[in-house]
Ligand binder design. Structure first.
Ligand SMILES: NC(=O)c1ccc[n+]([C@@H]2O[C@H](COP(=O)([O-])OP(=O)(O)OC[C@H]3O[C@@H](n4cnc5c(N)ncnc54)[C@H](O)[C@@H]3O)[C@@H](O)[C@H]2O)c1
Ligand SMILES: [Zn+2]
Length: 716
């Protein structure tokens, strides 16, 4: 590809600029080829967009650099030879100009306003679906040809493949079917179908696909249409090309017609009056970026009136009456410098990637999870690889896969260590056949102890705000947690910590001042605000309900749900300690795996120190029994309730507790077995799913009534 980009010989242009242009043009051109023809990008979209932006800057400064073959002018990736027959579009398919900021959007809107003159107009806002464009030719209502965009003039004939896509009608239905119409739209891989496909690949021992966009492109551009048919691709309409016997004054009107004829039109369109409304649409869409059935990479804003569209016209590459607002990229390419392992609170050893630091979705990422050795193998990543890293919203950064095309041969495979990196003990699976390997030294392994301490202070357990990761490290380093009976540091000592002990931990102290009361000073230091908070938090933690104490013990498989069920049924630690596997597993929501894990935790001879933890906590005043509130009527016995979004008078936890206290089940996900779905502001896909399933949906007031009476009046 790169040999058709030659440096323009204009001596007026400084040599530096010419060289930079040539270098960037070659890289952009190669990236276009990899992305559009091979469906296997070598750059991230953000890097590619940055290249094109810089090229545009250079070409604006030195217009002779803007030669016809410049990658800035290409729609797609120049005319390439592929395995498909090349066919011309009746009307050219263009790309879109990009906007990356509010400022860019306002600049575009001002240009439109200037050109519009006396014409009244509206903005048509659409989701920018991350897929690939196709052009469907309908003649007398019959689908006669389908092309990819190609270079905009000439596309690839993928008619047979497109016929295999569900939702694209072979025959239009209804009235006033035009003699001829080119329907443009985006073919995409629905996220749920993509997840299913990857799950089945993984189950078959094959590597999963990295992202839905390239997989959609690869699935459509298959020699064998049966492969396309086996992938659950979909399409949404977003434009009209050549047409005869079809008349419309607004693009949104044309969409309505297409919809009536059976073509898939997006339900997320909005027609708005002002650029302010456009910006508001962009903002809300950005907040709900992941709440769609498909990936989106931005918002496309178009002028709705065709008269103004015609007046604004197009450049050789893109219409002037439309613009694509791009969201910040969530996928970037970066180097996988190393793979190291963590030892978690239950001894599980998990590899994680040490990344070349990279900014993505607003934060700098230096690590990414890899779950287990099998996953490293499945993803096919080698140490030293350039990899695609994804960070979406608050989700933990994830390595999607390697960029194989740029390997140098210097990469090396990861080998799982055989000894614990924290304590040197030989690693082994807990049971034969387990996927995970563990450090069996749970009592003294420093890493496990640190993780347990951090975990038990978490919001789902004792909720000791002043004890975070650094706090756990500091308490262990200062030696204040050494348990004389156990012969080493242990969480058993946590509630034995008083002012005097905490005063020995530098992290929780500050230098004493003259004004400090002398009795508060230890070795010239006093508790800092953080230290005082820890003292207060520990006092409050002693009165936490039993289920939180159970979670804090780091018993395998005993998370908040199981802990709540156990606490509700048995009511006290001593009852749980003496319950048999049968008694434990008879509890709704417990089961044998959990029951056995609980028994094992207390009973295995080498676990005697576990009981010592419980005993010392109890001696130090930690509540080991729940007071039962007999005044609460079990209004929700046997009912399953899902709470989603935020409520005013309940936190997540207190809503759950309220449901459970009334005998109900508080579930995390919506299914057909859900009886009630309580919806607060910010509810996303769960609400949508609930509506889809026709479940009873309640607002906060309805929830309050439900708790009281067990009866539901659905929200309006
Ligand atoms: N990673 C790489 O190496 C690499 C290389 C080339 C291109 N790319 C990606 O592709 C982009 C350029 O590709 P492009 O020319 O297709 O431009 P584009 O993706 O910026 O915008 C144009 C395309 O958006 C699509 N689209 C989705 N929803 C739409 C809607 N509602 N209305 C209209 N169009 C809609 C259409 O297919 C249209 O052709 C780059 O910005 C980059 O993200 C990446
Ligand atoms: Zn260890």
């Amino acid at each position: 590809m790169s040999d058709d980009v030659t440096v323009p010989e204009d001596l007026e242009v400084p040599q530096e600029a010419r060289h930079e242009w040539a270098d960037l043009a070659e890289r952009a051109s190669a990236a276009q080829f990899a992305y559009h023809v091979k469906d296997a990008p070598t750059l991230s979209d953000g890097q590619y967009d940055a290249l094109i932006r810089r090229l545009n800057e250079l070409e604006e400064a030195y217009p002779t650099l803007r030669v016809p073959e410049s990658p800035t002018l290409a729609v797609g990736g120049a005319a390439f030879s592929t395995e498909f027959q090349a066919v011309d579009h009746l009307e050219r398919m263009l790309s879109l100009d990009n906007a990356f900021s509010e400022e860019d959007m306002r600049a575009w809107a001002s240009r439109v306003e200037r050109e519009a003159g006396e014409l009244a107009y509206h903005f048509l806002c659409e989701l920018k679906i991350d897929g690939l464009a196709v052009n469907l030719l309908y003649e007398e209502g019959r689908l006669t040809r389908a092309l990819t965009r190609g270079d905009g003039r000439t596309g690839e004939d993928v008619t047979l493949n497109v016929r295999a896509i569900r939702g694209i009608p072979d025959q239009l239905q209804g009235n006033n079917i035009p003699e001829l119409v080119e329907v443009r739209g985006e073919v995409y891989f629905p996220l749920a179908a993509f997840a299913d496909l990857n799950a089945s690949l993984v189950a078959a021992g094959k590597p999963p696909f990295a992202n839905p966009r390239n997989t959609a492109a690869g699935s459509l551009r298959q020699k064998d249409p049966r492969v396309t048919a086996s992938r659950d691709l979909r399409m949404l309409v977003h434009g009209i090309g050549a047409h005869r016997g079809l008349d419309f004054a607004r693009q949104s009107e044309a969409y309505d017609l297409l919809g009536e004829w059976g073509l898939p039109v997006s339900a997320s369109l909005r027609v708005v009056d002002s650029i302010e409304d456009v910006l508001a649409f962009i903002a809300t869409t950005g907040e709900h970026r992941h709440d769609n059935a498909h990936e989106i990479d931005g918002v496309v804003v178009k002028i709705d009136e065709t008269a103004l569209q015609r007046r604004l016209g197009a450049t050789s590459r893109a219409p002037r009456w439309a613009i694509a607002f791009k969201f910040p990229p969530e996928e970037v390419n970066t180097r996988l410098l190393d793979i190291q392992v963590n030892v978690g609170r239950t001894g599980r050893v998990t590899p994680f990637g040490v990344m070349q630091p990279v900014v993505v979705a607003g934060s700098t990422v230096t690590q990414a999870t890899l779950h287990n050795a099998e996953e490293v193998a499945r993803k096919g990543v080698l140490i030293g690889d350039l990899v695609v890293l994804r960070k979406a919203g608050d989700v933990i950064p994830e390595i999607l896969g390697p960029v194989v095309a740029v390997r140098t041969g210097a990469e090396r495979a990861f080998v799982m260590p055989t000894e614990c990196p924290s304590c040197g003990t030989t690693l082994a699976p807990a049971k034969e056949g387990d996927k995970d390997i563990r450090c069996p030294n749970s009592r003294f392994c420093p890493s496990q102890l640190r993780e347990r301490l951090f975990g038990l202070a978490g919001r789902g357990a004792f909720d000791i705000e002043a004890l975070g990761w650094e706090g756990a490290v500091a308490l262990l380093e200062s030696g204040v947690l050494v348990d004389p009976d156990l012969g080493g540091a242990s969480e058993s000592m946590l509630f034995s910590l008083g002012q005097n002990e905490i005063a020995r931990v530098p992290l929780y102290t500050r230098a004493a001042k003259k004004t400090d009361p002398p009795e508060a000073v230890t070795d010239g230091r006093v508790l800092s605000a953080n230290g005082l908070r820890l003292v207060g938090n520990l006092a409050a933690a002693r009165t936490q309900p039993l289920w939180r104490v159970l979670v804090a013990l780091s018993i395998r498989h005993v998370g908040p749900t199981a802990a709540r069920a156990l606490a509700r049924h048995f009511g006290s630690m001593s009852a749980i300690r003496t319950a048999s596997v049968e008694e434990l597993s008879a509890v709704d929501g417990v089961g044998t795996v959990i029951a056995e894990a609980v028994r094992d935790w207390f009973d295995r001879p080498d676990n005697a120190w576990h009981a010592a933890i419980v005993d010392r906590w109890a001696a130090d005043g930690v509540r080991m029994e729940d007071e039962r509130d007999e005044s609460i009527t079990p209004t929700l016995a046997g009912k399953t309730v899902v709470v989603t979004g935020s409520l005013k008078t309940f936190t997540r936890d207190s809503a759950k507790e309220a449901i459970i206290a009334r005998g109900g089940k508080a579930a995390g996900s919506v299914s057909k077995n859900t009886d009630f779905v309580v919806v607060g502001p910010g509810a996303g896909s769960k609400e949508a799913k609930a509506r889809e399933l026709g479940l009873v949906i309640l607002d906060e007031a309805g929830f309050a009534r439900l708790l009281e009476t067990g009866a539901a009046d659905p929200a309006p």
